[in-house]
Design a protein around this ligand. Structure first.
Ligand SMILES: *Cc1c(COP(=O)(O)O)cnc(C)c1O
Length: 430
């Protein structure tokens, strides 16, 4: 397989783009080698600039639950574009997407559309602080909530990969207000509230963590967060940027039956275009401008192209309810990998939920950030490059989720397992 065009493009990119990319994890920093430049995608596959085809298990970091270039999404974007791409005035499309979000998430009475998950989380924090009159907040180690200053404390995703949990340029004054606690530890949360009584505005959580690799909430963890935040008058903020419309149509909160105060959405709701959203109880959202004094705005917020891609995606999901089938394919892949790993004597932990999964190269169960970081990076890098060379694209970092889309077929999974069989065999030399 030749990737000489990607190598040339990367070289050119490095001269003018910082690190050759526009988002750090794309640079293959964690696995080494040259990022492949993508020419096009269709269904479960992407094709690089040299014409090599890959089965894609990243799917734009989970945004593309219907796979690449889904006909309904493409048509919606085309039709909308022909009528104009942005107005800075309200459109019916925004109302339609808002209605779909509120219907899917019973805890969302009112919603605000923005352009990214980062924007949604930072705005939700501002709102939570205004609503409670408190400034401190809790997040969990390894959970990622976008790159706003306040959240760059033991953040997962690219921050983990690069080994820069705290970024220079973030004032200590700001992170002094953040408590990052071990995921799945209710005791730590209870203790933080006891010590800081009356000062904590909110708890932010990925209800199923996916930015340190997939880590499931222990039984009772989310329920416990709900009870503790109620007891201390703080808001429970579910960051469902990944899990929303992924775990179930109504996200993790529907799956686990938890009533969140504010929910953050992104990725899938833009159908591959830039959209984020935050919404919740009307009395909280009511504080936002123009109804209330909490300022937050956006020139391109509710952009017609992005919103129509979101509507096309959500309406397809609503009509076709693919979640059982997605879970079946994911299980097929996970069971397959586990069986092969056992046969080859390679210790792995596979965490999965619905159509998200991570293969950790470690012997102990992965239940939080500390245990996730035990995954062998060298083994993962080798595994990644074996798969890449055989036309399978998994995340270029051991601490990210793989995603299965509705476009992945059983044959894709079977082909992947064949390649993995050979890949794990190679790892036996370690
Ligand atoms: C991706 C992600 C974000 C940030 O969204 P962007 O659109 O990349 O800014 C926030 N929270 C979670 C859980 C995410 O996975």
């Amino acid at each position: 397989m030749s990737i000489h065009t990607s190598i040339e493009l990367y070289d050119r990119a490095l001269r003018k783009l910082v690190g050759g990319v526009n988002s750090p994890v794309r640079s293959f920093g964690a696995v080494g080698g040259t990022p492949i430049f993508i020419r096009e995608g269709r269904g479960s596959r992407v094709v690089d600039e040299d014409g090599n085809e890959y089965i894609d298990y990243v799917c734009s970091w989970g945004a593309l639950i219907l796979g690449h270039a889904h006909p309904r999404v493409v048509e919606a974007v085309k039709n909308t574009a022909e009528k104009g791409t942005s107005f800075g005035m309200p459109t019916s499309l925004e109302v339609e997407l808002a209605e779909l979000l509120c219907e899917a998430f019973p805890s969302i009475e009112k919603v605000r559309l923005v352009n990214s998950g980062t924007e949604a989380t930072m705005s939700a924090l501002r709102l939570a602080r205004a609503y409670t009159g408190r400034t401190k907040f809790i997040k969990f180690d390894g959970c990622y909530h976008g790159h706003a200053d306040s959240f760059l404390v033991k953040a997962g995703s690219g921050a983990t990969t690069l080994g820069v949990p705290d970024s220079p340029g973030v004032p200590a004054l700001i992170t002094a207000e953040v408590m990052s606690l071990p995921y799945n530890s209710l005791e730590a949360v209870e203790k933080a509230f006891e010590i800081n009584e009356g000062e904590i505005a909110a708890v932010f959580v990925e209800p199923v963590a996916a930015n340190m690799g997939v880590v499931l909430p222990k039984k009772g963890f989310l329920e416990g967060l709900r009870a503790i935040t109620r007891k201390y008058g703080a808001l429970l903020i579910f960051d469902e940027v990944i899990t929303g419309f992924r775990l179930a149509y109504g996200g993790a909160q529907t799956e686990f039956g938890i009533d969140a105060d504010i929910t953050i959405l992104g990725k899938i709701i833009g159908g591959g275009l830039p959209v984020g959203a935050y919404g919740g109880k009307a009395d909280i959202m009511h504080l936002l401008a123009p109804e209330g004094p909490v300022y937050q705005a956006g020139t391109l917020s509710g952009n017609p192209l992005a919103v129509s891609a979101g509507i096309a995606t959500l309406s397809w999901l609503k009509e076709n309810n693919p979640y059982k089938e997605l879970a079946r394919k994911t299980k097929l892949l996970c069971n397959g990998i586990y069986g092969i790993a056992q046969k080859q004597g390679i210790p792995v932990q596979i965490n999965f939920k619905s159509s998200m999964l991570t293969v950790f190269f470690t012997e102990e169960p992965v239940v939080d950030y500390t245990t996730a970081l035990r995954s062998d990076r060298k083994q993962y890098a080798e595994f990644f490059h074996h798969l890449l060379a055989e036309g399978i694209y998994i995340p270029p970092s051991p601490f990210e989720s793989w995603f299965i889309s509705t476009a992945h077929r059983t044959e894709d999974i079977e082909k992947t397992l064949e390649v993995i069989d050979k890949g794990l065999l190679k790892l036996r030399k370690y």
